[in-house]
Write a protein that binds this ligand. Sequence first.
Ligand code: AMP
Length: 482
Amino acid sequence: MTVENTLAGPGFDTLGLADPILRAIADAGYTTPTPIQAQAIPQVIAGGDLLAAAQTGTGKTAGFTLPILHHLSTKAVQARPGRPRCLILVPTRELAAQVEESVKTYGKYLPLTSMVMFGGVNINPQFKALKSRVDILVATPGRLLDHLGQKTIDLSGVEILVLDEADRMLDMGFIRDIKKVLAVLPKQRQNLLFSATFSDEIRALANGLLHNPKSVEVARRNTTVEVIEQSMHRVPQAHKRDLLAHLIKHHDWQQVLVFTRTKHGANKLAEKLIKDGITAAAIHGNKSQGARTKALASFKDGSVRVLVATDIAARGIDIDQLPQVVNFELPNVPEDYVHRIGRTGRAGTTGSALSLVDDEEMSYLRDIEKLIKRSIVRVEIEPGFVPPAKADLMSDERPPRPQGRGAPRQGAGQRSGQPARQGQPGGRNASGRAPQGKPAAGGARPAAAKAAPKPGAQPASHPRKPRPSAALFSAKPGTRGH
Ligand code: AMP
């Protein structure tokens, strides 16, 4: 997609990028650099380390990919087989695939080669690919370490290292893997670190890694969050599955991204929706890469209405004009809520984020509201919904217990480099029914708009109208904000 770039600043041709790169940018339909690109590209071309505060959706990938391509193409060094000149480390397979896709898109007029490397897929094609020249390697840490262990890759020629979504990599427990990789890189190199948040851990990593870094930061485009209608239903955990199926049918939602806390919960929910005649697929870390790619493709092309995802699996998903996000359970890390709802209302379109909140999740709600500095409107469930006669609660599907921020998050410590244990063809879920009704954007009316709180009904816990918060996405190094 192309992001709506309202800041009509100078064009790409003022940034010092080589001609073949400018041509590829024009082919992609971009006319103006986004703020992160305008700041980062000249800094990276100038050499030196960079610390960048930017989230998905800001155009950060091109922010580092374009100057890297420029640097590699203008320096007359030949990469050798299995010995990349640039290493881009990312937390998830999806992000790895997307970043390498960008490298290919922007580098299509250059004689540079790239490769993507992640776990959960057969390692043999990667061995084969490493027998050829690789200029740019995009990898998840786990699988990269496997290759290092087997000596099928040589990192002694790395001129540029990128840590993309560094906060996520640390959240996922990759710090030791990253340190092992750093230990085999040449001392003389350029380092670029991108992170959405800046915890003490990230600052410690940056201090050890970067030398006199220039720092750039961009606020997430405010429009993104301001157009997201955020609301919640108070509902017992045992009623959530039925309520969700009811809402999807009642509002005729055609494209809904649903977040669950557990992988098992994601599977069960997708199964339930399919049973209710709603096309759905689950995407999470236990699915094979093929299944995840297929589920995502079916969701994007509209043949699957509901994609049920865990936080980690959803990372890096970039979907145009996603109208509806549902938090089936609230995340226990408030920042995850912001990442989740950021999936909707992208590129200047309106979007709606609805949370289904059980009593036990109320403390998470408070943490989230504190972080986003606004209230999430509580909306009564429409009278048309009849709760299930028999409670639908299984022992492993209880709402998350309030444990505080230290509690391990879904997927924490899971190495994306490791093969998925039980890859299931996620697309199988998807194949059942053809898309129905109207196109996604028109079909999804925000729940809150339809279901106004009833006067005299149970008092809303947060009756105020949400106010946009300018501070919400300002990501300053040294703070934990977004
Ligand atoms: P990212 O933050 O890297 O995930 O990029 C978000 C989206 O913005 C991607 O779909 C890019 O294709 C798109 N994009 C990146 N740079 C630009 C630009 N300068 N103008 C318009 N769209 C862009």
